[in-house]
Design a protein around this ligand. Structure first.
Ligand code: SF4
Length: 214
């Protein structure tokens, strides 16, 4: 029979663990701990995370390191956390330790009910430029959808809104050659919200970058 000791010995690729402020989406401004796992099923051009550099850590070590932070709110991010087949064990241990857990996912994998029962918040950021994936297998329900304005994503936003039921929909500008495409993002917000009277698309900025923290 599997014991808690066995669960705590499972290894996960940890890119970084740190305490900061959530910078994006509906939870912006919340003090949180971040647990970033390595590995991703996409390779976006503008990705600002090298999720290929990580240290393997067991669940016990992850819990010990997290306990050094005072907050009990955790953002589980990546990379893509849902690619890890034993994630349920990590989530269960985090929940047992009293954490509120928010998942950040690119949405390519629909989290199964056994995982969802440990997740207090799901933020998904589908990528318009990711080709060759099956939209039918994507996540269908989340707390927020956040789409990066990387080119003309008008049709993609409309399609994702039809496919993914969420409480909040956000657009995030992206940085090209050192400039944020804010004007393009504002224009898209206007176009998307023209006939939308409830739950409009909103702007999400990277608050942590604006205030100069990690
Ligand atoms: S899905 Fe996210 S973590 Fe993965 S490559 Fe794209 S931006 Fe980076």
């Amino acid at each position: 029979m599997k014991t808690q000791k066995d669960d705590h010995a499972l290894l996960f690729p940890v890119v970084e663990l740190f305490e900061s402020v959530q910078g994006e989406g509906a939870n912006a401004g919340l003090l949180v701990s971040f647990l970033r796992l390595g590995g991703c099923n996409l390779s976006c051009e503008w990705c600002d995370t090298d999720s290929s550099v990580f240290k393997m850590m067991d669940v016990k070590t992850i819990l010990e390191k997290l306990s050094a932070f005072r907050v009990r709110r955790l953002i589980l991010t990546g990379g893509e956390p849902l690619i890890h087949p034993t994630l349920e064990t990590l989530l269960s241990s985090l929940k047992e330790a009293g954490y509120w857990i928010a998942l950040e996912t690119n949405g390519l994998i629909n989290p199964a009910p056994p995982l969802r029962r440990f997740l207090d918040y799901i933020s998904t950021s589908p990528k318009a430029q990711a080709t060759g994936y099956h939209e039918d297998q994507m996540i269908r329900q989340a707390d927020e959808v956040r789409i990066v304005v990387d080119g003309d994503v008008f049709d993609f936003c409309k399609r994702m809104r039809e496919k993914i039921t969420a409480k909040n929909y956000f657009l995030s500008p992206c940085c090209r050659n050192g400039n944020m495409n804010v004007a393009e993002t504002m224009d898209l917000l206007k176009r998307l919200n023209v006939d939308l009277h409830e739950n409009p698309w909103r702007l999400s900025l990277q608050l942590h970058k604006l205030i100069g923290v990690r």
